[in-house]
Design a protein around this ligand. Structure first.
Ligand code: UGA
Length: 430
């Protein structure tokens, strides 16, 4: 099939690559010639494992076709996908201006019977609004349909998630769109969930909100573990063995971040309010997540007292490992708090240093992880990059002023850390 993807962020670019790998012809619309040329060289604006290589491969195969000729691409396609951002507005609701702008632009360009697919995360009812915008500007002879196909990929494992989805959700009332989208995804594994457009839109928000709920739940259990002297790792393991609960997303720490969970939980809460429904559980999930960072800060204050003029080493800046994304990163919040309190922060992250320095210009970063220990009054582990486990911790300790480690991701072995002589604190582990 021939499709056009509009939006070259995490969802747009990675989806374009995977549809191109399946053998479809995929036009990827780009506005600037420079960005187009960079993409052709495999240069990607963000770090995602394997993506540059996959972009180069699919371009060389001729199935991925970055282009600035939007009109040519759209009129040649039977499917057009909208994959643009839906950032949060001040009040937490989703800003749909980019989605609507794309709808206006593509409307006069669509060939007859085109299926317009919305892959951006959007509030329930957006499909209808997009359809209305397009209908107004559609050429008289054409028909089209708007479907919802939400995306469930995670940053850091985006390509693997797209190549092996657990489910493909197709939300449409149109028989023609349904068969086109079933055909488009035919080579991929995973269950097909064919439903109406509104339910598809809600599946996306509900999935993210439920995962966020699991995280906030286990974080509250971790806080309780701290009070009663239990171990959250064992509690989560014991709970997760029940298949009705499942072990995924029961890892406690300093809370969730990123461009999705914080934004989507807020947006779902706003959607409910717009319909006069107060989603109490979700409100609590959001509050618990915000409080979790403060809880960790309280722990630091309790042990170190004043942090003014102290040197604090930080391991990890991104919101999760295997990405350079620092949006809503708990680590960035904690670094900001340390700076506000007058501490000197020395940080290391394998990928996110550049973006973190743009965000916090006074941040001091090190080229290697070992350097954050030198002269430090304490080291904080704030992102669970697996390589932090393999650091020569005992040797690193020698350079510290006081051997104190706060592990905000519960990634190190508490007993081993203490045997090496560290004063070690984590979240919900005695
Ligand atoms: C999330 C969802 O997992 C994807 O399915 C979804 O497609 C995506 O949002 C989206 O809406 O685009 P992502 O934000 O990339 O993916 O990352 P996750 O792996 O879900 O992690 C989110 C945050 O939760 C991270 O800060 C992570 O550290 C935290 N987390 C995750 C925990 O604190 N504990 C856990 O047990 C799991």
């Amino acid at each position: 099939m021939t499709l056009t993807i509009i939006g070259a962020g995490y969802v747009g670019l990675t989806s374009a690559v995977v549809y191109a790998e399946l053998g479809h012809t995929v036009y990827l619309a780009r506005r600037s010639i420079e960005k187009l040329e960079a993409l052709k060289r495999g240069e990607v604006d963000f770090y995602e494992p394997g993506l540059s290589e996959a972009v180069r491969d699919t371009i060389n195969r001729g199935t991925l076709r970055p282009t600035t000729d939007l009109a040519g691409a759209v009129s040649d396609s039977s499917v057009v996908m909208i994959c643009v951002g839906t950032p949060p507005r001040e009040d937490g609701s989703a800003d749909l201006s980019q989605v609507f702008a794309v709808a206006e632009t593509i409307a006069p360009l669509l060939a007859d019977h085109t299926v317009v697919v919305n892959k951006s995360t959007v509030p329930v009812g957006t499909g209808e609004k997009v359809e209305a915008i397009i209908q107004k500007r559609l050429s008289k002879q054409s028909t089209m349909s708007v479907a919802s196909c939400p995306e469930f990929l995670r940053e850091g494992t985006a390509l693997a998630d797209l190549r092996n989805p657990d489910r493909i959700v197709i939300g449409t009332e149109s028989i023609r769109a349904r068969s086109a989208l079933l055909e488009l995804h035919r080579p991929l594994p995973g269950k097909r969930v064919v439903t109406d457009r509104r339910s598809a839109e809600l599946i996306k928000y509900s999935s993210n909100a439920f995962l966020a709920t699991k995280i906030s739940f286990i974080n509250e259990i971790a806080n309780l573990c701290d009070e009663v002297g239990a171990n959250v790792d064992d509690v989560a393991y014991g709970m997760g063995l029940d298949p009705r609960i499942g072990s995924a997303f029961l890892h406690s720490g300093i809370g969730y971040g990123g461009s999705c969970f914080p934004k989507d939980t807020q947006a779902l809460h706003s959607i409910a309010l717009e319909h006069d429904y107060e989603f109490k559980l979700l409100k609590a999930v959001i509050e618990v997540n915000q409080a979790q960072r403060r809880q960790f800060i309280r722990k630091i204050k309790k042990t170190l007292g004043e942090v003014r003029d102290k040197t604090i080493g930080v391991l990890g800046l991104s919101f999760k490992p295997f990405t350079d994304d620092i949006r809503q990163s708990a680590s960035i919040d904690i670094v900001r708090w340390l700076h506000d309190q007058g501490a000197r922060v020395v940080a290391y992250d394998p990928q996110a240093e550049h973006k973190a320095m743009q965000e916090i210009p006074r941040l001091q970063v090190c080229p290697v992880a070992e350097e954050v220990f030198t002269g430090a009054h304490a080291v904080l582990v704030l992102t669970e990059w697996p390589q932090f486990r393999c650091l020569p911790w005992a040797a690193c300790k020698q350079g510290m002023i006081s051997p104190i480690v706060f592990d905000g991701r519960n990634m190190l072995d508490a007993q081993h850390m203490r045997e090496m002589g560290f004063q070690y604190y984590s979240v919900g582990r005695p």
